[in-house]
Design a protein around this ligand. Structure first.
Ligand code: PMP
Ligand code: GLN
Length: 379
């Protein structure tokens, strides 16, 4: 039989996390915390289970959770999404992204991606017959050249997929980027899928520029978010999608047959937990301290440290250490030195290998210190 996704193998996250286990390596590869979620949140979820709230949630998500999401979004970004018709709770951002792409992309539609790009966008676009046009972003800034973006727009351009704060580079788009994007979206009439899973993990006093803050942009955007990133429980796979009702109606047509609805007791717990803004507003400071501790610990190493303004990722450039390709370099580092990272070329299929590794600093001080020892010993 013919494969619908001939170029797709096992994702790098599975490969590197397995390699880390097989070689007993410190795992700074796949992005997830190695410390627990707030016990108060766990208690809320467990209580919901004990209270018997274990049957299907409503198709778009619990109304109380959708209301809490709507309130959070309005207070942070100033746009009111109607909890009834414009908010849908999903099985993580991955499902929201996939559902959004499948609901809107027809064969022959062109989708503009910004490389390096999170690895789930391209297969979803291709599975629905879309054609990706890729804007290559380059180190150290990893920001798009907007003239290049405009030059790739054609009358078949249906959607742009954006991601700020950006995995894997830690780059954050500013207000001007969003205004330029908004102008293009209105002028050329395309949709935007805005992956904002790291919205609260942003440093140095920078403010997240959500697509929902820009009214003309918000009218043509689907915004995706992830509770796993925000509340340190990536294994719960809970997230959501925001969109104006016309777009959300189409999104839900797919969602209802894709999953119908998602984890009920976790939704119950999150609905209560989300009411206290301190539970997410302190996250930037929390991760900034981790970033700064890690940077201090590895400042004397031979790796060049790229700027990270958001996400829980940091890029390490090893081009002055080795000429090896990054997949090979990451494998040797895991197998021979005991440290698993992500080679960034996997986010850039067909593009350049910039000789950079991504490390995840969502780890305890103890883990970060052990990792730093290995990084500092690389000659
Ligand atoms: N988008 C980006 C940019 C991510 O980094 C991740 C998680 N690694 C996701 C989407 C998926 O989020 P979730 O785990 O909620 O599916
Ligand atoms: N988002 C996580 C990362 O970038 C991993 C998600 C996954 O394993 N698919 O590391």
């Amino acid at each position: 039989h013919l494969s619908k996704l001939p170029d797709v193998g096992t994702t790098i996250f599975t490969v590197m996390s397995k390699m880390a286990v097989d070689h007993n390596a410190i795992n700074l590869s796949q992005g997830y915390p190695d410390f627990p979620s707030d016990p108060a949140l766990i208690e809320l979820v467990v209580r919901a289970m004990r209270d018997g709230l274990n049957q299907y949630a409503p198709m778009p998500g619990l109304l109380s959770l959708r209301e809490a999401i709507s309130e959070k979004t309005a207070s942070l970004y100033g746009r009111l999404y109607d909890p009834v018709s414009e908010v849908t709770v999903t099985a993580g951002a991955t499902q929201a992204l996939f559902t959004a792409i499948s609901a809107f992309i027809y064969p022959g539609d062109e989708v503009i991606l910004f490389a390096p790009a999170y690895d789930s966008y391209l297969p979803a676009v291709e599975l629905y017959g879309g054609k990706a046009r890729v804007v290559q972003m380059k180190p150290p800034a990893y920001k798009p050249d907007w003239e290049e973006v405009e030059s790739l727009i054609t009358d078949r351009t249906k959607m742009l997929v954006i991601n700020s704060p950006h995995n894997p580079t830690g780059t954050v788009w500013d207000e001007q980027d969003m205004k330029t994007l908004q102008d293009l979206a209105v002028r050329y009439d395309f949709m935007v899928l805005s992956d904002e899973v790291y919205e609260h993990i942003i440093f140095d006093g920078i403010h997240h520029q959500s697509a929902s803050k820009f009214e003309a942009l918000a009218q043509r955007s689907l915004v995706t978010a992830s509770f796993g990133k925000t509340f340190h429980n990536t294994g719960w796979k809970l997230g959501y999608c925001l969109a104006p009702s016309g777009l959300m109606e189409e999104f839900r047509k797919v969602h209802q047959y894709n999953v119908f609805s998602v984890n009920r007791p976790v939704q119950e717990g999150l609905a209560a937990y989300l009411k206290d803004p301190r539970n997410y507003l302190n996250l930037g400071q929390f991760y900034q301290e981790k970033r700064d501790h890690f940077l201090k610990m590895v400042s004397g190493s031979r790796f060049e440290l790229l700027p990270s303004s958001g996400t829980y990722f940091q890029l390490l450039d090893y081009s002055s250490i080795s000429d090896e390709g990054d997949v090979q370099f990451a494998e040797s580092l895991t197998v021979e030195k005991g440290l698993a990272t992500i080679p960034t070329s996997v986010f850039n299929p067909g593009g350049e290998d910039f000789r950079q590794l991504r490390v995840c600093f969502a780890k305890t001080t103890e883990t970060l210190d052990k990792a730093a020892e290995i990084i500092n010993a690389v000659q």
